[in-house]
Structures are given as structure tokens and as C-alpha cells.
Design a binder for this molecule. Structure first.
Ligand SMILES: Nc1ncnc2c1ncn2[C@@H]1O[C@H](COP(=O)(O)OP(=O)(O)OP(=O)(O)O)[C@@H](O)[C@H]1O
Length: 222
């Protein structure tokens, strides 16, 4: 991204600019921690990179494609195929099983269900150590298990970029380490770039690079 700005409430007396011209390159296979004080703009930055929100100004390329100017349909397609998300609160559909939750992105993308999706979701649940729990409703899993399902779901479409916004913020140390290890494995094995927002300096030190956001600016740009 180059010169990315984000303002909220544009045109109103309460208009506030939160990101003030961000330059950032993330290369394939890179594992970046994103740190900074509360309210500095980390989630806003991630939401823009994840195409969940649009910048007010600047340029944003995802997998080589300039996104500014794309219509909503193209944005949705690019997001669905290229980007996986893990949030602090897992956002699983609690009335569905672990397996069904992991299948959701595949169903959403294809518009239908087939056996191959269940097989792929099952493999992903194996990879996060939850094969025995695949038939459990999400609501009956522990917080750490739910977050591991959320990681499996984020990997379902084999994205090139994985965005994780404080995925360990709500977990005890052991569960946090387990979730971090899964992100790290996805990064090393699949070569996906990861942006990992965290307040945990120990985990951040284990990433390739730390991007510091302070007052809507990067301390160490590009
Ligand atoms: N939709 C919105 N409308 C208005 N202001 C917003 C909106 N979303 C975020 N902000 C403001 O943008 C600023 C940055 O918020 P953001 O959530 O990006 O910070 P953060 O660094 O992720 O914080 P934390 O570490 O506490 O999660 C805050 O002042 C917040 O109030």
C-alpha cells in the first residue's frame, strides 16, 4: 500500500482521520507482527488490507491487483479467494458443527455443497488437532478449540494472505501458543503471508518483522 489514508465520518463535523498515509509492503511468505497502542489504528489498517473497508485515499495492491476502483463484486471475489481472517472473537456460527464452520467459506465461494468440501474441512480440522471434535457444535468447544476451528476456516480457501487480528488476545498462554504455532505452520508450509496483530511482545518477537503503528502512522514504513 502507498499513501493509504482512512477517515471516518467524512463530511461531518466529527470527521476523524485515523490512518495518515501508510506505506507498507508485505511479500509472499512473510510473517509480520503488527503492534501499537490501543486506538493507534491497527484494526483499521487490517480491515483495509482485508478489503472489509475502503481507504479514503492511497493505493492498495493485493496479490498484484490494484483494488482502488474495483467494484463491490470484484472486491468480494478477491477477498474470498486471496484472504483469510482470524479475529479475536472467533465469530464461528455457534449453531453449526466445527466441520460445517470450516466448510462455510467453500460453500460461500462455490454456491453449493459437495463431498469434497467435507473431506477438505476434515483434513483442516486434523491439521489443527481437532479431528475428534469435528461433529461438535461450535458452542460446545473451549475458547482455544474454537479459535483453532477459526484458523482452519481461515485456511479453507488456501489464501495467499492471512490476517489475524489479536487471535490470541482472548486465550490463556498455552492456547495462545497453540494458535500462534498454527499460524506459523501455515506460513512456513503453505508460504502464505501473515499479518498478526498482537499486544504480546513474546509472540511478536517470533515473527519475521514487527510493524509498529503509532497514531495512525508506521514507525518503520515499507
Ligand atoms: N467505524 C468507526 N467510526 C469512527 N471511528 C472509528 C471507527 N472504527 C475505528 N475508529 C477509531 O479509529 C481509531 C483506531 O481504532 P482501531 O480499532 O483501528 O485501533 P486499534 O489500534 O486496533 O486498537 P486496539 O488495540 O484497542 O484494538 C480509534 O480512535 C477508533 O475510535
Amino acid at each position: 500500500m502507498r499513501g493509504v489514508r482512512k477517515a471516518f465520518n467524512v463530511g461531518l463535523p466529527i470527521e476523524t482521520e485515523v490512518l495518515h498515509g501508510i506505506d507498507l509492503d508485505v511479500v509472499p511468505g512473510e510473517f509480520c507482527a503488527v503492534m501499537g497502542p490501543s486506538g493507534s489504528g491497527k484494526s483499521t489498517l487490517l480491515n483495509i488490507i482485508g478489503l472489509l473497508d475502503r481507504p479514503t485515499a492511497g493505493s492498495l495492491c493485493i496479490c498484484g491487483e490494484e483494488t482502488v476502483g474495483l467494484d463491490d463484486r470484484a472486491i468480494t471475489r478477491l477477498r474470498g479467494h486471496s484472504i483469510g481472517f482470524v479475529f479475536q472473537y472467533h465469530n464461528l456460527l455457534t449453531g453449526f458443527t466445527a466441520l460445517e464452520n470450516v466448510m462455510m467459506p467453500m460453500i460461500g465461494s462455490a454456491g453449493f455443497i459437495d463431498q469434497g468440501m467435507a473431506a477438505r474441512a476434515s483434513e483442516l480440522l486434523d491439521s489443527v488437532g481437532l479431528s475428534k471434535w469435528r461433529g461438535n457444535l461450535a458452542t460446545n468447544l473451549s475458547g482455544g478449540q474454537q479459535q483453532r476451528v477459526a484458523v482452519a476456516r481461515a485456511l479453507a480457501m488456501n489464501p495467499r494472505l492471512l490476517l489475524a487480528d489479536e487471535p490470541t488476545g482472548n486465550l490463556d498462554t498455552k492456547a495462545a501458543d497453540a494458535v500462534f504455532a498454527l499460524l506459523h505452520e501455515a506460513n512456513r508450509k503453505e508460504g502464505m503471508a501473515v499479518l498478526f496483530v498482537t499486544h504480546n511482545a513474546t509472540l511478536a518477537q517470533r515473527c519475521d518483522r514487527i510493524v509498529q503503528v503509532v497514531d495512525g502512522r508506521l514507525l518503520n514504513p515499507a
